[in-house]
Design a binder for this molecule. Structure first.
Ligand code: LAN
Length: 747
């Protein structure tokens, strides 16, 4: 691409069955070959990265995924619509052109195997974990990667010298110390002006003793903090009977899979040897002399800029007891415990082909496996190969993704957005490839150790990323199913997924419903809500159990409704019951102002759209008066939030504060959700819808894309995550619905 800076083109994304690897100057395509290739690079190329990947976070901290997109545009021909419908009405023609332009552009980004890849960065505490694993195990990344990581870290430094926990957030101790240490591991000199500034930030805010517990953990691994200053994780807890309400097998799977390898590292007191860098760092990140620090007193010290969840009195007591036990622990039991933890870590590695459930456990599991079996062991080597599955290159540098990708999720949504009206049918190739990908990603087997290690049944489910990663998700199963049903309804290609597999997916969705009627993320809620009082993370909320979520409940209800339309007699009574309690759960969650809080994207507009969608489609299951009122309130909420330019816009602060927080300018993604929601609700305020649609039309770029605006995703209330395809998927979907409605009303 001519407008691409030359050294950006040295990085290429290779994909295979949804696997995504960024390769530096790949000379051959297969991923395997690339991973074993030695890198040849010139110092000049490395030096040019800092220049060619110069990024201004002050303009917008969210990168637009320019490298990937330019590459796909350069390598793939633009897939044109089979024909362009023409309309006598110029307004309608404009709409048609925009939708087609939007799909043509987005189709060009589809991989050969049918999925949409994209930037899934955002959190800033992930890459440091991976760098620590590589540092401890003395397995450095290739130089080009290291340079690109440096570029990324510096690109996201705030002008005051600090870093946030995520790219949009204000600086925190966790963010700043972790990036600082990462840059030093990457070889940046202490005298670098940017690092001096960071040190000033750290010291002015009390020094690294105030880093939250996850940071204390990472620093302890590096021997930059004393394990004595870290509250005991009571590793033996894993050996307690599983019926206990606080047994870790009952934790939300992400917490479970993070605290598992953490417990191993803690039990083994894994620690880097002292060397020049470590000794220097000890002087750089603390306000006091390292040797003089009273570590036990630091266990609960947390910088006030970091605190999100305040430690409860019960947690403090529990810590006191656990720390006490640590003094008198039985060595025999400790050995038995670490053996168990290791067997669990091995099982998770094997079940996920060494991808592991997510980016945090991916790094910490690598550390455990290196510690247990050594650098030369087969299992450690397998871990290292999979480090690359988590790295992503954009115009802001190389980052660690929040997952091994969002492959299935984005592909399923895209199918549904395209098929909202007949215009999608003008792209049979795109649809067919999408169908093939969704087909390939349905999970069809269980590992023999699943049951032993507390996994939910998964045959027939879909994951968020790839089948290889293999963790089933309730609402991803639903999106996979809804997309498949929509694709099959077109009748235009071979139906790869047979009825039995569709029924298996429904069985999984049914198996996921919580007692309160709602749907969780990966597993049923296994622990009581009071366990949250023991949440030790300080920086996240609601991480201890897998609670029901509005959007997950909406997606699952919608999938059941879609399925029922096609198979009215399959498990009729059971599905009816599930829908009635599921939809009533959603009604119960509506807030006074008519909105719903969204736990996984920003924020109220997201969950309100999802809820309206489910409630309208499932109208028959709800008392009609209640339904009417609920939808009326929801529409009023959306209408109240429309901005003067016709759009809607929320900032990430909606998520943490849990109150609607309007952005300075409207956002296409929020606008698309609101426009989808108002249309689904059959709002009679046609003008409001038209204004929203106009905004989407006017913001579209000539090539069919939309500009990247604010970050769209979130987890655990307090950390944001990038969904780079949302800026295409949701405007296309909203416009496509508007088109469908306008032609039906003409008829
Ligand atoms: C995700 C990504 C997808 C997301 C949806 C499917 C969108 C949602 O509806 C349900 C929850 C889920 C599956 C989800 C849960 C939390 C994840 C896995 C993530 C946001 C991606 C990364 C995040 C994970 C917890 C990040 C690692 C951080 C820790 C605190 C362990």
């Amino acid at each position: 691409m001519s407008h691409q800076k030359s050294h950006q083109a040295l990085w290429q994304l290779l994909t295979k069955n949804g696997r995504q690897i960024w390769a530096y100057k790949p000379d051959s395509n297969p991923i395997e070959e690339h991973l074993s290739n030695a890198h040849n690079f010139s110092e000049q190329e490395l030096a040019s990265f800092a220049k060619d990947f110069l990024f201004d976070r002050e303009k917008n901290p969210s990168a637009s995924d320019a490298i990937f997109r330019a590459q796909m545009q350069a390598n793939n021909p633009r897939l044109e619509a089979q024909q362009k419908p023409s309309s006598k009405n110029p307004e309608e023609q404009k709409l048609i052109d925009s939708i087609i332009n939007g799909i043509e552009y987005f189709s060009q980004l589809q991989s050969d195997e049918g999925h949409w890849a994209g930037d899934y960065g955002g959190p800033l505490f992930l890459l440091p974990g991976l760098l620590i694993a590589s540092y401890l195990s003395d397995t450095p990344f290739p130089k080009p990667h290291q340079t690109m990581m440096q570029v990324y870290l510096f690109n996201h430094q705030h002008t005051d010298g600090g870093w946030g926990m995520h790219i949009e957030g204000e600086p925190t101790m966790f963010g700043t110390v972790m990036q600082y240490v990462s840059l030093r591991i990457l070889g940046v000199d202490k005298e670098d002006a940017r690092l001096s500034k960071a040190r000033t930030w750290i010291k002015e805010n009390g020094g690294a003793t105030g880093i939250p517990s996850w940071g204390k953990f990472y620093l302890s691994l590096l021997n930059l903090y004393d394990w004595d200053g870290f509250n005991s994780l009571l590793p033996e807890m894993w050996l307690l009977p599983t019926w206990l309400p606080f047994h870790p097998s009952r934790y939300w799977c992400h917490s479970r899979m993070v605290y598992l390898p953490m417990a191993y590292c803690y039990a083994e007191r894994i620690q880097a040897p002292e060397n020049e860098l470590i000794l220097a760092l000890r002087e750089e990140i603390y306000c006091e002399d390292f040797a003089s620090i009273n570590w036990k007193k630091q266990r609960n010290t947390v910088c006030e800029k970091d605190i999100y969840t305040v430690q409860s009195p019960i947690l403090k007591w529990t810590n006191l007891i656990n720390n006490g036990y640590e003094q008198i622990k039985s060595q025999w039991l400790r050995k038995k415990t670490t053996a168990y933890l290791l067997s669990y870590i091995n099982a998770e590695d094997a079940q996920t082909e060494y991808l592991d459930i997510g980016p945090v456990s991916k790094a910490i599991n690598s550390v455990c496996i290196w510690h247990a079996y050594g650098k030369k062991s087969e299992s450690f080597k397998k871990h290292v190969t999979r480090w690359y599955d988590y790295l992503w290159v954009a115009e802001d540098g190389m980052k660690m993704s929040g997952y091994n990708g969002s492959q299935l999720w984005d592909t399923a949504f895209t199918m549904r957005a395209m098929l909202e009206s007949d215009l999608g049918l003008l792209f049979p190739k795109t649809l067919e490839k999408g169908e093939q990908f969704i087909d390939a990603m349905q999970i069809q087997a269980e590992h023999e150790t699943h049951h032993e290690f507390f996994r939910h049944p998964m045959i027939g489910s879909w994951p968020f990323s790839t089948a290889e990663q293999g963790w089933p998700v309730a609402d991803c199963t639903s999106e996979g199913l809804s997309a498949t049903l929509a694709l099959q309804k077109t009748g235009i290609f071979k139906q790869n997924i047979n009825d039995e597999r569709l029924k298996q997916a429904v069985d999984i969705i049914l198996s996921y419903q919580n007692k309160d009627g709602g749907w969780p993320t990966y597993e049923l809620q296994r622990a009581p809500k009071w366990l949250e009082k023991l949440n030790p993370s300080e920086i996240f909320a609601d991480i201890m159990a897998d609670y029901s979520w509005t959007e997950c409940s909406a997606a699952c209800s919608i999938a059941l409704l879609d399925f029922q339309e096609r198979f009215p007699n399959y498990k009729k009574a059971e599905i009816k019951q599930a829908l009635s309690s599921g939809l009533n759960y959603i009604i119960k969650k509506q807030k006074q102002d008519g909105s719903w809080y969204g736990g996984w994207a920003v924020c109220f507009t997201y969950a309100t759209w999802f809820s309206i969608e489910a409630l309208m489609q499932g109208q028959a299951y709800i008392d009609s008066n209640e339904h009417k009122q609920c939808i009326q309130k929801a529409s009023d909420f959306l209408l109240n939030k429309q901005m003067t330019d016709g759009g809607w816009g929320e900032t990430y602060e909606s998520c943490a504060k849990m109150t609607y927080t309007q952005a300075d300018s409207s956002q296409v993604v929020n606008t698309a959700w609101a426009v989808l929601g108002l249309q689904a609700a059959n709002s009679d305020n046609k003008q409001a819808i038209q204004q929203g649609v106009n905004l989407l039309l006017n913001r579209q770029l000539d090539n069919g894309d939309w500009a990247q605006e604010n970050i769209s995703g979130v987890f655990n209330y307090n950390c944001m995550i990038t969904y780079s395809s949302y800026r295409n998927i949701f405007p296309i979907w909203a416009l496509n619905r508007f088109y469908k409605n306008s032609i039906t009303s003409e008829k």
